[in-house]
Design a protein around this ligand. Structure first.
Ligand SMILES: NC(=O)c1ccc[n+]([C@@H]2O[C@H](COP(=O)([O-])OP(=O)(O)OC[C@H]3O[C@@H](n4cnc5c(N)ncnc54)[C@H](O)[C@@H]3O)[C@@H](O)[C@H]2O)c1
Length: 385
């Protein structure tokens, strides 16, 4: 029997990754990063999982082994100081997004931050300004942009295939706050935790939001309820009336008290020539209707998993469908390519500008709910030179 010969080395550019946090998103990001080298082949780059940080030594050590990181630390500043790390991937809780990311930017790292970019628009803008001034690449993790069906819908709308847009309805519903006695997995409210995804989908698919009216409701959660010792954001639901350019009006809502809706991000967009509809619960299917007449007219269910579908092509043969985690893999592959080849992250990737604009819109919604008025949303301020 012939002896095995050594495989040639993977000589694509390597990009060193340092990750803050090892919970749900830590697992999702490291799973995505590990899939990138074999899926995005022969192009792309080779993420190298250099180090991961968390507060509890035994847990972060276990996470390093489980997720495939070469090293671990209980102090995220060690990641920032490590010269082998090119990209700082912040998947810690919302409250840890600002300070460590600013430190990573100051050390010249490219930066990834899970949504929401920051809990205030002012902090989100600080992050944007710092990243732009340092000339590093930046990504806010609005991962649903990277579902193939979402990209196809965006392409159809941008290509004028729906004609003039008439109506936009976007909803994000979960159920985990319905039971008033249940242990809460998060202290964030509907707007912070999932509403920002819905807002970003609106901007990504349709365009900029010029003004909002908003209302919150809290049929279950009392202001006294606490998570990890901290008061819980009381909004169980948020309803937003969004004004886009050219008189287009749409609705965006989010709810954490919708029994039976485990994780349903869904939208329908109607135009003069047709409509598109999508739901995360059937994420591979884009429902497309084109007006044309005839007795069989109606929505067509397109399985967006063919070689000519953006984001699906690198994966599996015809209609061998994708799952939730592929959004993160597509998103992180896109970002690492932008780093390795010095290409722009936008318009498909959400940058810190998109994270900051989502934060501004959220604040405008809160102001509208407080004052009972329709609130204009300022476009992002140009950076002072
Ligand atoms: N894009 C998405 O689909 C999506 C889904 C869920 C959560 N998120 C976002 O991802 C982020 C993380 O959420 P999660 O569900 O993974 O939370 P999680 O609680 O599961 O994990 C958070 C991790 O951060 C670690 N951590 C906390 N404080 C730290 C500190 N000071 N230094 C280092 N590590 C620290 C924790 O030990 C834990 O490992 C949040 O901002 C959340 O809003 C995004």
């Amino acid at each position: 029997m012939a002896a095995l010969r050594p495989a040639p080395p993977d000589d694509r550019p390597s990009v060193g990754i340092g990750m803050l946090g090892y919970g749900f998103m830590g697992r999702a990001h490291s799973n995505a990063l590990r899939q990138i080298p074999s899926t995005f082949w022969p192009g792309g780059c080779r993420p190298e999982l250099v180090g991961i940080s968390g507060r509890t030594e035994s847990s972060v050590r276990e996470a390093a082994t489980r997720y495939g990181f070469a090293g671990y630390t209980t102090d995220w500043a060690d990641l920032v100081a490590d010269e082998r790390i090119d990209v700082f991937d912040n998947v810690g809780p919302d409250e840890t997004h600002v300070e460590p990311t600013l430190a990573a930017i100051a050390a010249g790292k490219h930066v990834i931050v899970e949504k929401p970019l920051a809990l205030t628009a002012a902090d989100a803008e600080r992050l944007l300004e710092a990243a732009e001034r340092a000339g590093v690449k930046h990504l806010t993790c609005f991962n649903y942009r990277f579902m193939p069906a979402v990209r196809l819908a965006r392409d159809l709308i941008a290509g004028g295939e729906l004609g003039e847009l008439h109506q936009v309805r976007i909803r994000y519903s979960q159920e985990w706050r319905t039971d008033p006695d249940a242990q809460l997995p998060s202290g964030a409210g509907a707007l912070t935790i999932i509403g920002c995804h819905a807002i970003d989908q609106a901007r990504f698919l349709v365009g900029e939001i010029a003004g909002v009216s908003g209302r919150f409701s809290s049929p279950v959660t009392t202001p006294e309820r606490r998570h990890g010792g901290q008061p819980v954001e009381p909004d169980d639901t948020v309803a937003i009336l969004a004004e886009f350019g050219d008189g287009l009006v749409g609705t965006i809502d989010a709810s954490l008290v919708s029994p039976g809706r485990k994780n349903m991000l869904s939208w329908e967009i109607n135009g003069s020539k047709g409509s598109v509809h999508w739901s995360l619960e059937q994420l591979n299917h884009l429902h497309v209707h084109r007006r044309g007449g005839g007795r069989t007219q109606g929505f067509t269910e397109v399985i967006v998993c063919e070689a000519d579908h953006e984001l699906a092509a690198p994966w599996w043969p015809s209609a061998h469908i994708l799952g939730w985690e592929h959004g993160h893999a597509n998103m992180l592959a896109h970002f690492l390519d932008a780093v390795a080849e010095d290409r722009p992250v936008d318009p498909y990737g959400a940058t810190f500008a998109d994270g900051a604009q989502a934060a501004r819109i959220a604040e405008a919604v809160a102001e509208s709910a407080r004052t009972g008025t329709h609130v204009r949303v300022e476009p992002l301020r140009a950076l002072a030179t």
